[in-house]
Design a protein around this ligand. Structure first.
Ligand code: MYR
Length: 283
């Protein structure tokens, strides 16, 4: 049996196949719509979330998992005989989830829990989770896995764009927001993570221009460091995502190109219609 358990949160939006294949443990974040609180992907699916959003004027909010969820899971993994745990989370600058996982780790004796802040979210977070799970399958310890995940940070990128910047602004997750009000809210900047925070990368006026700029950045990155994996990420735009996936699998036949989604929690902050492209370099 492997000695290290891998835990992540729901915002990695892992496929069921990966979760089952690698035995990954997932703690859900929460979405509150009106008076109803949901654990995303447990009692609120992504399609249902976007349908409800289209039918109501109520603005949803999100919250990190309760600390008890982590404590319970860590205790359970200890009882199952794991020697240590790696718990991998969305950027600590956009959610308290990582800090909560660390606090829970302090409350559980008799098992080492190593936390990892991916400084990103969504399927690029999943790249770290899968790498960790593969290493755990090889019998690597939590410390060895964390060392490799730190290196992997140099190989993971993501750029994204939103249809309406007000969602991010309202949720307070756009860094330097005081400088961004006014005109900026009317345009469609390309966004990315810099030192774990969401910041505008370039100001672009149309989605078409934003998309071709991201494709250009991907191409440059491929030339410099090779591309192993690309993910097109969408907020309820499956047709557009498929069009981009098809185009990228023609221009990058060397890479595995897949589609993922912005689920309820991230969709709350980005809004319907958002698109992103994440990738992992070969080296
Ligand atoms: C919480 O309530 O703790 C969750 C807050 C989540 C904030 C999400 C902000 C947008 C993240 C975009 C990620 C795009 C990755 C390609």
């Amino acid at each position: 049996m492997k000695k290290t358990a891998i835990v992540t949160d729901s915002t990695a939006y892992m496929t069921k196949e990966h979760v089952n294949e690698y035995g990954i443990h997932i703690i859900p974040l929460n979405v509150v719509i009106g008076n109803e609180a949901y654990q995303e992907l447990v009692d609120l699916g992504t399609d249902q979330f976007y349908e409800e959003m289209a039918a109501t004027d109520v603005l949803p909010t999100t919250s990190q998992p309760a600390i008890g969820r982590f404590v319970e899971l860590f205790e359970q993994l200890k009882a199952e005989g794991y020697e240590d745990i790696v718990t991998i989370h969305l950027s600590s600058k956009i959610s308290g989830t990582y800090q909560t996982a660390l606090s829970a780790a302090d409350m559980v004796d008799g098992i080492q829990v190593a936390g990892f802040d991916t400084e990103i979210s969504c399927s690029p977070q999943g790249y770290f989770v899968i790498e960790a799970a593969k290493l755990a399958d090889e019998g690597k310890s939590a410390n060895e896995i964390i060392t490799r995940l730190d290196q992997l940070k140099q190989q993971v990128s993501a750029y994204f764009m939103v249809d309406d910047l007000n969602h991010l602004h309202r949720g307070g997750r756009l860094s330097g927001a005081q400088r961004i009000v006014g005109n900026m809210l009317k345009i469609k900047p390309i966004l990315h993570f810099e030192e774990a925070e969401i910041v505008p990368f370039e100001k672009v006026r149309t989605e078409k221009k934003a998309l071709s700029r991201i494709v250009e950045l991907l191409k440059e990155s491929a030339q410099q460091k090779g591309i192993a994996e690309i993910t097109v990420i969408h907020a309820n735009r499956p047709d557009k995502a498929e069009e981009i996936r098809k185009m990228l699998s023609e221009t990058h036949p060397e890479a595995e190109v897949t589609i993922s989604f912005f689920g309820p929690v991230i969709g709350t902050h980005l809004g319907e219609g958002s698109l992103g492209i994440g990738w992992r370099n070969e080296n």
